[in-house]
Write a protein that binds this ligand. Sequence first.
Ligand code: ZN
Length: 110
Amino acid sequence: MTENSDQINHSNEWKTKRQILAQRLVEQGSIRDLKFYMRQMEYSSKKQLIADIKSVSISLRNNNKLLKLEPARCIACGYIFVYKKNEIKIPSKCPKCRQQRIEWPSLRLT
Ligand SMILES: [Zn+2]
C-alpha cells in the first residue's frame, strides 16, 4: 500500500483522505452508515476505511468530539452485532441466521 493512494485531489488543494473524512463527518453530523462513506470516499477496502475511521476518531476526540459507532444489524433476523470497546467491524455474514443482508454500522458525532 502506497502513501499516494491515501490522497485525493480536493478543490485545488491536496488534503489527506483522513482529513477529508473528518471534515465530512463533522459537516454531515447526522447518522450515516459506513457504506455511505466507503462509496463517497471511494475506498477500495473495508480495512482501509476502518483504519481511517479509527485515526479520525482519535483526532476528533482530541477536539472534544466523540465519534460513536452504532453497531451493524442483520436485516433478515434483527440480530445486532456486539462490539468490544473501540472496535469497528463490518461483518459480512450474520452469525445467527447466516444471511448476508447486513446493515453496516453507522457513525454518529456527539
Ligand atoms: Zn440474521
